[in-house]
Design a protein around this ligand. Sequence first.
Ligand code: NAD
Length: 334
Amino acid sequence: PTLRVALMGLGDYASRVAEAMQSCKRAKITGLISGTPAKLQQWGEKYQVPEDSRYSYENFDSIRDNSNIDVVYVITPNALHHEHTIRAAKAGKHVICEKPMALDVKEGQEMIDACAQAGVKLLVGYRMHFEPNTLEIIQMRDKGELGKITFFQGLSGFRIGDPSQWRLNKALAGGGSLVDIGIYSVNGARYMVGEEPIWVTAQETKTDTIKFKDGVDETIQFQLGFPSGAVASCLSSYNIDHLDRFFLSGDKGFAELHPANGYGPIKGRTHKNELRMPHGAQQTLQMDEMAAIILDGKQPIIPVDGIEGLKDVKIMEAIYQACATGQKQELKLL
Ligand code: NAD
């Protein structure tokens, strides 16, 4: 069977997902949710979604009666993920929610609970979890080819433009660079090291208090400690360009991804050779794999469920706490 997907929030990233889904083998767009009638019409015609499967934010709860939709893919600004996920679950639909899953741990837990209560699955849009070069490294690590893992470095950032966008508005974004782009290093530290961190320290620097208002972080450096003794050192920024690199070191070898998280080909090397797994649109792979997870109960190599999303939210909350207090924060993720 094919996973029938309603896209919610027809912005930049939804456009990328919609285009990539045209090449999916097991997922297709059968519904649209937007606050802009003109977008509903334009997207509806382009992707052949009939009028009775186009919804607004006011009336999308009636998606419950639409037997041609299995899942709602929430691609709205971060602060709306909580409400949109819970309403979609209550309408009896599975949910794929974009990252960051929630603004805080309380919200994230409520989303997990609502999906459990409704008997629907909750997945988070972690596209890297299906990326072949990334998975190649994880396989090598699990086979012991890198030896004992001792260190991870994650660099995630770019110089953000337009100061009026929602990403720089605390109410809609829930934070700054960390929740938007630094989350790739938070999440990546966990899947690259292959353990859950037990403590975090963090430091924030702000050079532009006009563009990056209170609660919107410009640059954060953070460090994670893992039970084995491995450590991670990461950088998240909205004001430093060309930050897209992962480095993993073990006592028998290393692996490097650069770029590590961009939409284009993920490139990298290990102490043995260049990584050369084939590249397709990451969102095509993601949606086909998510179809198998939702429809067949397939277990992904790296989890993409709500619990996985909530772990990253917990760590980010602790990072903000560490920045505010200057104190090391203990973490309990398991
Ligand atoms: P965007 O601004 O381009 O799109 C957001 C959409 O939500 C717009 O169409 C907007 O009209 C709509 N919207 C609905 N209610 C709104 C409101 N109250 N205020 C503002 N907009 C509202 O943003 P985007 O880049 O598409 O990001 C959307 C989500 O996708 C974010 O959570 C972001 O973190 C996530 N994202 C994920 C990836 C990824 O690689 N996984 C990449 C980009 C964005």
